[in-house]
Design a protein. Structure first.
Length: 288
């Protein structure tokens, strides 16, 4: 999951109206962060962008994209853990954002039943334990509120989707992480959309329209599985709690679970309120 504290009007993710001239004078600390965000090497659509060497995404006009190196910078600026292996997608006005990651754990069998209440409790427990790490880093703590949308699997698209609402314990601001897992022959593409609860419906429609431009390369599609291919040691349910990390529950490797919880949520400090309103105009005047 990715959690963005929505009070931020999201440079990654929260819908805001463009500020007036009088309002467009944020404190120096906000100016600094805004400058860092705007100076990232944004890729602008329309063009096709590669993902992880096994898939592509058709980036439409009006959207921007970051490669893993630039996404890592974005995550450092916004107090997130990404590991330097994620891609980032957003509309030019940055009213929502999506993170792409891939795990080559193998072919995930899609014949498993999902126990939504049990999975939700696992996510809550992992997030609560991960707050210790957030405290050590001086970051706001968080909690899981509940399902916004329970996990469901689409056999035609080989996609598992669910949405979880999270709350920043300091500001009580709620944000939704809408998760999509796209099964492939050799692993799973994880895509996490971050938006405010009241904007989720519109953001999800827009996001799914963009995601329609995603495709695995020939030979990497789920339907192209062949006997002898690597098979993942987990099923659909484990994808909701972190994929391979879920296996650690059975073996007692709690540190793995906590680490997954910390890295999974995307969190933007509430202090950056209305930070990114002016970035949309900069994109209009910037080429890549």
């Amino acid at each position: 999951m990715k959690l963005v504290v929505a009070a931020l009007a999201l440079g990654c993710l929260i819908s805001v109206a463009l500020p007036s001239v009088a309002e467009d004078q944020p404190p120096p600390e906000q100016n600094s962060v805004r400058k860092q965000i705007s100076e990232l090497k944004w890729i602008k659509g329309p063009q096709q962008v590669p993902l992880f060497g096994n898939s592509t995404l058709d980036l439409p006009a009006g959207y921007v994209f970051l490669n893993p190196a630039e996404t890592a910078k974005l995550e450092a600026i916004t107090h997130n853990i990404g590991g330097g292996t994620e891609y980032f997608l957003a509309p030019e006005d940055l009213h929502w954002g999506a993170h792409f990651s891939f795990k080559d754990d193998g072919y995930v069998k899609d014949d498993e039943k999902i126990d939504a209440p049990s999975l939700l409790q696992s996510i809550k427990d992992g997030t609560a334990a991960a707050n210790k790490i957030r405290r050590e880093r001086g970051w706001d703590e968080m909690e899981v509120v509940g399902w916004q949308t329970s996990p469901h699997y689409e056999t035609q698209t080989n996609r598992l989707e669910w949405a979880v609402t999270g709350r920043d314990l300091k500001s009580s601001t709620e944000v939704v992480n809408f998760n999509t897992r796209i099964l492939g022959r050799g692993g799973v593409m994880s895509v996490v959309l971050i938006a405010e609860p009241q904007d989720l419906s519109a953001a999800t429609d827009e996001f799914k329209s963009t995601l329609a431009g995603f495709s695995y390369s020939a030979g990497q599609r789920y339907a192209e599985y062949k006997p002898g291919d690597k098979v993942a040691k987990y099923g659909l349910a484990a994808l909701v709690t972190g994929g391979a990390a879920a296996i650690a529950v059975k073996t007692g490797l709690w540190k793995v679970i906590v680490g997954a919880a910390v890295a999974g949520w995307k969190f933007i400090a509430a202090a950056f309120v209305a930070l990114f309103g002016g970035l949309a105009r900069r994109f209009k005047n910037k080429t890549t």
